[in-house]
Design a protein around this ligand. Structure first.
Ligand SMILES: [Zn+2]
Length: 421
């Protein structure tokens, strides 16, 4: 899938935030530079315990609730004084959001339960959320963890290994390997977020400041995707099965490499409700920014009234509905005509068609039974990422389709040309 440029300003800010840890202390960890790193990492810590990964007998398939829906949230830093609202949030606001999930009847589940549900091995409640923290900031240990304990919520850390304390980007605000081990022992799920947190689609290594030849790029990509997993597995004695692509940037090749090295799930930053049928190679997360609490609330509203206990839902893949704007497309028009062809839904009850748009809720869409087309002319400017859910009744069953597109803001394209290190 192509880069959605609209996300770039936010993502550049994340890049800056991620790299900022470096400013405090970056002298250690040269041995972990690409090309020489894993061996240094492997032998370095007294905590190195490699747990042999036993293969459990496959659990029996259970009748899982295929209508359950999951939203995934991503957070970065927890600070009392927000200076970079794109990656920071106050503990108070975070705690309130965790409370809101409880109040709205959304169950916070752990990553492993989610994966088991997707494999058809375990049931989950109808409406769930997964909480993830990116980039290994110390405040995730100091500030967020105690709040999560209060609620008894599980969560996942997405760690990029050179951002851990002592790594190339592991300055004073970075989490330490010891803290990670303590969290692991308490049952916190730890997953991979690359080695040096770069745009994995581009043959340029920002750390080495080097343009990469095709073979060099493949080796570098392998290090970012696979060696990161190995390092986490070996230093922490865990099994790593999920990969969050840095900045949410990916393409088919990045996904193929992630699959080939054994990841079960790849997460992005394009938030959308995840269903039983969502593909595992690009699971969208809602990144929460301190100045955009609406993103948090919108994500809840996307699952709050659909699914969960209603009639069985059949989901139609976004490739079968000729959606406009298309799934994954970046449009420059903030007032697009949103439309989809619902022929794949079967014989539709025309009165049952609803369209739901993130940030707007249910919109007054019209449905033309002659062409099977549902459409809605947006009247209020859209920004950022936009998820659409179309639902209808067909043969007494609820059928739905989801897709996501992005709206490019003026100037975003220019900004993308100057990545910050
Ligand atoms: Zn990140």
């Amino acid at each position: 899938m192509r880069l959605r440029l609209v996300a770039v300003p936010v993502l550049l800010a994340l890049a800056f935030a991620a790299c900022n840890k470096k400013q405090k202390a970056q002298t250690i960890g040269e041995g972990s530079m690409p090309g020489g790193g894993a061996s240094a990492a492997k032998g370095a810590s007294p905590l190195t315990t490699v747990t042999p990964i036993t293969t459990p007998t496959p659990p029996a398939k259970v009748a899982v609730d295929q209508t359950a829906q999951v939203i995934v949230y991503g957070y970065h830093r927890f600070v009392n004084q927000v200076r970079r609202p794109d990656t920071e949030i106050t503990p108070q606001m975070f705690e309130q959001q965790m409370q809101d999930l409880k109040n709205r009847g959304i169950t916070v589940i752990g990553m492993q339960d989610f994966l088991a549900w997707k494999r058809g091995e375990k049931n989950i409640p109808p409406r769930c959320a997964i909480i993830t923290f990116d980039d290994g900031w110390k405040s995730q240990y100091d500030v967020a963890w105690p709040i999560m304990k209060k609620f008894g919520y599980p969560f996942t850390l997405f760690i990029y290994t050179e951002g851990v304390r002592g790594g190339h980007f592991g300055g004073g605000e970075a989490i330490t390997w010891e803290q990670l081990a303590e969290m692991r022992d308490a049952g916190i799920d730890i997953q991979a977020h690359s080695e040096t947190h770069q745009d994995l689609r581009k043959p340029y290594d920002k750390v080495a400041k080097k343009k990469l030849s095709p073979p060099e790029y493949e080796q570098w990509l392998q290090n970012e995707v696979a060696r990161c997993k190995e390092t986490l597995e070996q230093r922490l004695g865990i099994k790593v099965s999920c990969f969050a692509v840095p900045y949410g940037f990916y393409n088919q090749h990045v996904k193929d490499v992630a699959k080939a090295v054994g990841y079960e799930a790849v997460f992005t930053v394009y938030g959308q409700p995840i269903t039983f049928r969502s593909t595992m190679d690009s699971l969208g997360r809602y990144l929460i920014e301190g100045n955009k609490p609406k993103v948090f609330a919108d994500a809840i509203s996307m699952i709050a009234t659909s699914g969960g206990g209603g009639a069985p839902v059949a989901e139609i893949g976004s490739s079968n509905i000729a959606s406009k704007p298309a799934d994954g497309e970046t449009t420059r028009n903030p007032l697009p005509l949103i439309s989809a062809n619902l022929s794949a839904f079967g014989a539709i009850d025309p009165g049952s068609v609803t369209m739901r748009v993130s940030g707007l809720g249910v919109v007054p869409a019209s449905f033309d039974p002659k062409t099977n087309t549902v459409s809605y002319q947006v009247t209020k400017k859209l920004r950022d990422k936009c998820s659409v859910i179309v639902e209808a009744k067909s043969g007494g069953k609820k059928v739905e389709a989801h897709w996501t597109f992005a709206v490019e803001e003026a100037g975003a394209a220019a900004a993308s040309a100057t990545p910050k290190k």
